[in-house]
Design a protein around this ligand. Structure first.
Ligand code: BGC
Length: 347
């Protein structure tokens, strides 16, 4: 059971596999490199299958291009200021790989490691990763397990991790969604609703200021379904800093409970996506830094704003932000978070 084909060999000689899951309603492809969601096909309003995530056809492109398309990122998703934090009286230094900051786990984060396939059926893949003590500067030996599962028209991603010493841990998937089809260009006409009353504004290097600000009365407000592009170029400092949306929103409700996070839709394809999560936050990123003309699957061309990401997560830079939800993984208290993407069509 379960379909696997070779996807190439890394310069270090590790073979990468491409796994296919298909339940007859939706299907997806997952790479063992980065436990990456390489494709996700869902029915559009006419019943045709549409691939709604950006990706590449070759391993080389995944290894050489930045952007983390579809990858599971860790040990700590998003940024840690200056690559530094203190924990239990010790100072830790991580790789600085994004301006002055640490981003998405460092130089060789989980997105760039080859994962093991622990289990594979037609509808479920369990991938595991061993993250040694000291990897990329983080303390503690962490064992990670990510499960992709299809059920009905839902894709569920379940993140689990255990450690033998205290460590920051923040796991997410960095899928770039385009609900009109991955190769259909600009997404600014696609509509988004976020179950968030507030967000965490950042400095010019995308590090949170430490405050939690209401979205009300600002172009950050997605409490009602709104086209992504409607206010993206508004003269609002937070949008100007990141060249679009690149912000952590505080998801309403209790962390640890699977609850509504976002709804997004394309009126062109008729595809609707509901996102639920147990995580405290979600990063809305409008693919601001995807280079114009970047070659994607099937030879198509991607560019800035050709996708949006909804990275469910702990807040960026939590290890240095005492007021943010605690993103510390401790021995005996596993990381256990779930995000579910459910697809339907407009009536
Ligand atoms: C970050 C962006 C970054 C992107 C790709 C997002 O999670 O917030 O600033 O450019 O990932 O690395």
């Amino acid at each position: 059971m379960g379909n696997t084909i070779p996807f190439g060999t890394t310069p270090q000689g590790r073979q990468v596999e491409l796994l296919t899951l298909d339940n007859g309603q939706i299907s997806c492809r997952i790479l063992t490199l980065g436990a990456t969601l390489q494709a996700l096909e869902v029915p559009d309003g006419q019943g045709r299958k549409v691939d709604v995530v950006l990706g590449y056809d070759t391993l080389t492109e995944y290894l050489e291009n930045d952007g983390y398309l579809g990858a599971v990122v860790g040990r700590y998703a998003n940024r840690i200021a200056a690559g530094r934090f203190s924990l239990n009286g010790r100072d830790y230094t991580l790789a600085v790989n994004n301006g002055p900051n640490h981003l998405h786990g460092g130089l060789v984060g989980y997105s760039h490691r080859v994962w093991q396939v622990a289990e594979l059926t037609d509808t479920q893949a369990v991938l595991t990763l061993d993250s040694p003590d000291g990897e990329e500067g983080y303390p503690g030996h962490v064992q990670v397990q990510v499960t992709y599962a299809l059920s009905g028209t839902s894709l569920t991603i379940h993140y689990q991790a255990v450690t033998d010493a205290d460590t920051p841990c923040n796991l997410t998937n960095h899928a770039y969604f385009n609900l009109s089809g991955h190769d259909s260009g600009n997404t600014m006409d696609q509509e988004l609703q976020l179950r968030a009353e507030s967000y965490t504004p950042t400095d010019e290097t995308s590090i949170p200021l430490g405050t939690v600000e209401p979205v009300e009365g600002t172009p950050m407000d997605f409490r009602a379904l709104t086209p992504l592009g409607e206010r993206i170029d508004a003269p609002f400092l937070q949008l100007q800093l990141g060249n679009g949306y690149d912000h952590n929103y505080v998801v309403q409700g209790d962390t640890g409970t699977l609850r509504p996070c976002a709804t997004a839709l394309s009126r062109r394809s008729g595809i609707v996506m509901e996102v639920e999560t147990t995580s405290p936050g979600v990063q809305l990123y409008t693919a601001n830094f995807v280079p114009q003309g970047r070659k994607g699957k099937g030879g198509c061309a991607y560019g800035p704003r050709h996708a949006f990401c909804l990275e469910t997560q702990f807040f960026p830079d939590s290890p240095n932000q005492p007021a943010f939800p605690d993103a510390l993984l401790r021995p005996g208290k596993p990381f256990d978070h779930t995000t579910r993407f459910t697809f339907s069509t407009l009536q």
